[in-house]
Design a protein around this ligand. Structure first.
Ligand SMILES: CC(C)(COP(=O)(O)OP(=O)(O)OC[C@H]1O[C@@H](n2cnc3c(N)ncnc32)[C@H](O)[C@@H]1OP(=O)(O)O)[C@@H](O)C(=O)NCCC(=O)NCCS
Length: 189
């Protein structure tokens, strides 16, 4: 039996609410050197975002937040309680975020990850994200480059459109910022 199954069976994933933020902030401070503030989380509860919280045994175990853009889902925050990692919780959150993106017929999902954050990059790669660009100096505290990762949702959105190879896409891996519209949004982390 998959050892992750018992926990995942009991995982409750629901839209984030203001009452969750206290517990979320505790995880956020564990997980990041430049944590989001309460205000940033409250701002993520608006109509242009999709914010999820995963609960296990009544406690917040993890959360994921994405901005919904006209063509893309931009995953901007994802973390799991340090005692509950490697049990599939982040994967369950990503799958739920991607499901919403497909329901909205979005074309792609994008995100940034610190170049040193190998666990997160491995997680995203395990969900089919590809490294498409390096954004120099994207992060502060400590300063660090971001790897930009993308998953093309047209490959599997059920609309029958043929999948495209990365090399077919009209996306510049190293071109200027304005060639990479998914980087135009406000940078929070
Ligand atoms: C990154 C993070 C969200 C992963 O959460 P998680 O619930 O442990 O991830 P999952 O259990 O769903 O992992 C799924 C897969 O991702 C990869 N992965 C996850 N953590 C990994 C690690 N520490 N080392 C290597 N691969 C890892 C593995 O392929 C894993 O599958 P496996 O366990 O069957 O090998 C969690 O470590 C975390 O909160 N880190 C701090 C915050 C952070 O970096 N967020 C991402 C910002 S971009």
């Amino acid at each position: 039996m998959n050892p992750k199954t018992p926990l995942l069976d009991e995982l409750d994933i629901a839209p984030m609410a203001p009452a969750d933020i206290e517990e979320i902030l505790a995880i956020e401070h564990q997980a990041f050197s430049n944590p989001w503030t309460r205000r940033a989380f409250l701002g993520a509860l608006g109509p242009d975002s999709y914010a999820l919280v995963a609960r296990y045994e009544g406690q917040v175990a993890g959360y994921g937040i994405a901005w919904i853009r006209p063509r893309e889902l931009h995953i901007v925050n994802l973390a799991v309680h340090k005692d509950l990692r490697r049990k599939g919780i982040a994967s369950a959150l990503i799958q739920r975020l991607l499901r919403v993106a497909r329901q909205k017929s979005l074309q792609r999902a994008v995100l940034e990850v610190r170049i040193s954050n190998a666990p997160a990059a491995a997680l995203y790669e395990s969900h089919g994200f590809e490294r498409i660009a390096l954004d120099r100096g994207y992060y502060l505290n400590p300063p660090e480059d971001a790897v930009v990762m993308m998953k093309d949702l047209r490959d599997d959105n059920g609309k029958g459109e043929p999948g495209r190879k990365l090399s077919d896409r009209r996306i510049s891996r190293s071109g200027p910022f304005w060639h990479r519209p998914w980087l135009w949004f406000r940078r929070l982390r």
